[in-house]
Design a protein around this ligand. Sequence first.
Ligand code: TXA
Ligand code: MG
Length: 313
Amino acid sequence: MKTVLTNDPVEAAEFIKRGGVVAFPTETVYGLGANLFNENAIANIFKLKKRPANNPLITHVSSVDQIGELVADIPLRAEKFIEAFFPGPLTIVLYRSGKVPSIATAGLDTIGIRMPRLKLANEFLSACQVPVVAPSANISGRPSPTKWQAVSEDMFDKVDCILQGDQTEIGLESTVVDCTGDVPLLLRQGAISIDELRRVVGNTQVYKHVKGDVARSPGLLHRHYAPRASVHIVRNASQVTGAEDAAFIGLKSFGLPFKRERILSSADGYAQAVFEFFRDCDRRTIKTIYCEPVPETGIGAALMDRLRRASER
Ligand code: TXA
Ligand code: MG
């Protein structure tokens, strides 16, 4: 298949209407989109990404009005999150309606819903005129793409169209909060922190997966976000061996002769850069990446979550 590259959201939306798969930017990472009501198109997403069938997809909307038909009901706690954070980097999980095809939610009776705030994403989703399911536009297990070129690396000639936007602003996937119970549960850390969620719904908790427990968010069980290189989280130069053949990313230089080094001036900059840095190291066949840890406040909690997952083998 020939992949069409465009920066026109209306042209990209035409492919969704015809049952195709379109990669598009959001403020978090690039997504791989299909019409929520087209089961064949959704099946293609699972195939293209090599995604396990038990990992549900997030449904993207262009307006809050689209949520009603997708869910059984909207409890007050969810209304508060929507009011505070939509559009933005938050996914809320609610009980789904009968209209949602079960392939989209991997057979779960719940649905994850998000309304991106990036203007180009909103223009694209509006033009699609249907809700759009979209996982991150990477092959499963690889770092999520934050540039259209990274999407192209994984998906060229596999998807119908890539909507070309800028490098994504946040660089890490959305915060996921399960609102099906009285106590909202933070399933995945993202740019919206637990403190921000609690300011809106005070009893929100961080979900801790217990071994043997049925997975609330199956995606959390899969190995994620990892480059081919091995990733190590290190606090200082004494924990590093063989800097000449390795790469480093962090907030301050260790003063070692790394083959490649990226120093960011803030945790936000680090979060935005980290997945692309991982991919860049892979392109250069660097085998070892050292990452400096950051304090786990604000975006730091999400960044440390991704670094830890990338470092697990
Ligand atoms: O920022 C993002 O969320 C990006 C952009 C494209 O929107 N999308 C994204 O999708 O990261 P994906 O498929 O890579 O990750 C979706 C996460 C997975 O951990 C999945 O298990 C969880 O959301 N999820 C989706 N639906 C769910 C549901 N009904 N219940 C629990 N978890 C759900
Ligand atoms: Mg993903």
